[in-house]
Design a protein around this ligand. Structure first.
Ligand SMILES: C[S@@+](CC[C@H](N)C(=O)[O-])C[C@H]1O[C@@H](n2cnc3c(N)ncnc32)[C@H](O)[C@@H]1O
Length: 264
């Protein structure tokens, strides 16, 4: 199985290095394609947008709910979720990089929703929150980055209350990518090397205990689309153009919305 070509610690270090080094996200061009409305979202959060979908739009958040945004990055979804749950609710942003948490904190303050948001630095594979402490987990372009996805999903399951739900945007890949791409640090940081197929993603969710699993809203990403993200350097884009068959180059992966419920 080619997906295990890199050591977990090497992947984690490569992802950390890559996200520390980028000067900004994919910006308004990509965010404009992913989100239906960005009215009143602070510019900096839009510029730092690095996601692959609009999970908050599909999460059905209600006033008063407690939400966890896993891998909050610059905070675009934290702001959107905080607007939905209002001051009676709460949104926690989790990111392994303290600088991302700082950016997200500045974004929620600028958006006027900071009073019911908090941030914590930590890893999705060991979420620093108590069991059954949130109603909804959202996440955008983050699970792909974990070399220990079953562990990350088990952590999401643990922190959800019974009857709670997750709604995440993530990349899926239906046909194995060439090994040269799978072992590229840049392609790992860009989320495609760690992407699962829909079938494997569903299977992992079932094994962790989730029910009502639903995958929808497939948006194809080609090489020209992923090139908009600052994580893909010229070498890896060139490698992808040389090694991925021409007929697949406009449809290398898909941004999908994955919804599931923790049984009551
Ligand atoms: C592709 S970006 C997405 C950011 C944000 N969700 C968005 O939509 O703009 C991935 C984010 O996940 C964070 N991250 C990567 N691996 C992580 C891990 N193991 N635990 C927690 N955060 C992680 C990165 O620091 C980065 O901010």
């Amino acid at each position: 199985m080619t997906r295990d070509l890199m050591h977990q610690d090497d992947i984690l270090a490569a992802v950390r290095r890559a996200y520390r080094a980028i000067p900004a996200g994919a910006g308004r061009a990509m965010a404009g394609r992913l989100y239906q409305s960005l009215a009143d979202v602070p510019d900096a959060a839009v510029e730092w947008s690095l996601g692959v979908g609009d999970p908050v739009r599909h999460a059905g958040l209600r006033p008063g709910e407690r939400v966890l945004d896993v891998g909050c990055g610059g905070g675009i979804d934290t702001v959107l979720a905080a607007r939905e749950v209002g001051a009676e609710g709460h949104v926690t942003g989790l990111d392994m990089l303290p600088e991302m948490c700082d950016r997200a904190r500045a974004a929620v303050d600028e958006a006027g929703v900071g009073g019911w948001c908090s941030f914590t630095t930590g890893r999705m594979e060991a979420i620093p929150l108590p069991d059954a402490s949130v109603d909804v987990v959202v996440s955008n372009g983050v699970l792909n980055l974990s070399p220990r996805k079953s562990r990350a999903l088990a952590e999401i399951f643990r922190v959800l209350r019974p009857g709670g739900r997750m709604c995440v945007a993530d990349l899926t890949v239906e046909e194995d990518l060439p090994p040269e791409v799978l072992t590229s640090d840049s392609a790992w940081a860009g989320c495609i090397s760690g992407a699962l197929s829909e079938r494997v993603f569903t299977h992992k969710l079932e094994k962790v205990g989730f029910a009502s699993i639903e995958i929808s809203e497939r948006m194809a990403f080609g090489i020209d689309d992923v090139a908009l993200y600052p994580l893909f350097d010229a070498d890896v884009l060139d490698l992808m153009r040389r090694t991925i068959p021409a007929e697949r180059q406009h449809d290398v992966c898909a941004g999908v919305i994955v919804r599931a419920r923790k049984p009551s």
